[in-house]
Design a protein around this ligand. Structure first.
Ligand code: 7TS
Length: 404
């Protein structure tokens, strides 16, 4: 059992008032709040060991390098990668996907096909469209049913020997659907396609094991995992990372440079040109430690309780419709009330202290599928409570009356 009261004290922002009302933060899918240990670690880095990494013999540089590399080791351990050099630091999920899409340019031909799904965030759509434009390859889309679940029998029909890449999300940021990625990975591998998993919404909430999944690439962002912004990772199987061309050129990613030719550094540095976001990389490790203190299994089970509670309470509001009713769901609820525009509801509940996201959530094709302009999205985290959900439902009832 989690002591939520105690946990909430770890997050200074949660005791703030917004518009004169206690803040209720239900926009965790966009970004999570940060515990004090994370906030303090950022300050400690600049006060104690700030220096550039991987290049100085001096003590501070070595301390910073060790702390930065320690996070790589923590990510390897947390997600059971075989080697620590299979973890590449990036600015986040978006950059991780772009890195792979860019690096595959020289490996694709115009007969080849890439499969994504109808549930993807724009960051797992646009880079593949750009890759298709560069190479002539074709983009195929696994459709969804009315519950917001992938139709796997349609995936079976799309797969063939031309399929080179399958890129799907672990959990949908708009609908909360948890996709059957193990099944997708196994099926894709039967056709020798590589599989990239967009794990931006999974790593903050559920246990993930790269080797058990057997995915070829997996991407995530620290800022959704209670850590700093501007840092994330790409996991890639060693054999694939060795095969791919680097994404950025510059310092740090080379073995030897002459004007005639350059040889590249070994993994992971081949993909890490330039001075990285050092402090965020180090403090990402602090956030992982924090998750482990609470326990990812505890997080998953408490958040599931919140999801069930919120679903039940929200459905009591007359005219409220939930989009995304998958059997396997994470703690995200997208909904609309009657014909009221989501933005109007979002603006009113904001005045009452509730932070929710409204709009298309960077998933316009999902909105097109449901034929709606957008939704109100409440996304929960382990520091949220049933009391907050109850008062949210009351606020929605008030908003509904005001907008009638
Ligand atoms: N993939 C998914 C599934 C996401 O939810 C997001 C961000 C991204 C990729 C991109 O991550 P980034 O860290 O590189 O920006 N999702 C959201 C959201 O739902 N609201 O704001 C950002």
């Amino acid at each position: 059992m989690l002591d939520i009261k105690k946990i909430r004290r770890d997050f200074p922002i949660l005791s703030q008032k917004v518009n004169g009302k206690p803040l209720v933060y239900f926009d965790n899918a966009a970004t999570s709040q940060k515990p004090k240990v994370v906030i303090d670690a950022i300050s400690a880095y600049y006060q104690e060991i700030n220096s550039n990494i991987h290049r100085g013999v001096h003590t501070l540089s070595q301390l910073a390098t060790d702390a930065y590399e320690e996070t790589r080791n923590k990510i390897q351990k947390q997600y059971n990668a075989k080697y620590n050099h299979e973890i590449i630091f990036t600015r986040g999920t978006t950059e991780s996907i772009n890195l792979i899409a860019s690096s595959f340019t020289s490996l694709l031909k115009k007969e080849d096909e890439i499969i994504i799904s109808a549930l993807e965030h724009h960051s797992n759509i646009v880079p593949w469209q750009m890759l298709c434009k560069r190479t002539g390859a074709k983009l195929k889309v696994i459709p969804i049913n009315k519950k917001g679940e992938l139709i796997i029998t349609e995936f079976d029909k799309l797969l063939n020997n031309k399929t080179k890449i399958v890129a799907v999300s672990h959990i949908s940021n708009s609908l909360g659907t948890i996709n059957p990625i193990k099944n997708i990975i196994d099926k894709a591998h039967q056709f020798n396609a590589v599989v990239l998993i967009d794990g931006a919404q999974a790593t903050p909430h559920i246990q993930v094991d790269f080797q058990a999944l057997d995915c070829d690439f997996y991407c995530a962002s620290s800022h959704k995992m209670y850590g700093p912004t501007g840092i994330g990772f790409l996991y890639g199987k060693e054999r694939w990372l060795n095969k791919l061309a680097p994404y950025h050129g510059g310092g740090e990613m080379i073995k030897e440079v002459t004007f005639e030719r350059t040889t590249y550094a070994d993994l992971p540095h081949k993909f890490e040109a330039g001075t990285p976001n050092i402090e965020a990389g180090i403090v990402f490790g602090t956030a992982i430690d924090y998750i482990n203190e609470i326990g990812i299994e505890n997080i998953a089970s408490y958040e599931n309780e919140l999801l069930q509670y919120a679903t039940e309470k929200l459905l009591k509001i007359e005219g409220l419709k939930i989009y995304g009713t998958a059997t396997k769901k994470a703690c995200v609820i997208s909904f609309n009330i009657g014909k009221i525009h989501p933005f109007d509801i979002g603006s009113i509940v904001d005045k009452l202290g509730f932070a929710v996201r409204t709009g298309h959530h960077c998933t316009q094709p999902i909105m097109q599928f449901f034929n709606i302009p957008g939704t109100i999205r409440a996304s929960f985290s382990f520091y949220n409570t049933k009391e907050e959900i109850t008062s949210f439902v009351e606020a929605l009832e008030r908003a509904k009356v005001m907008l009638r």
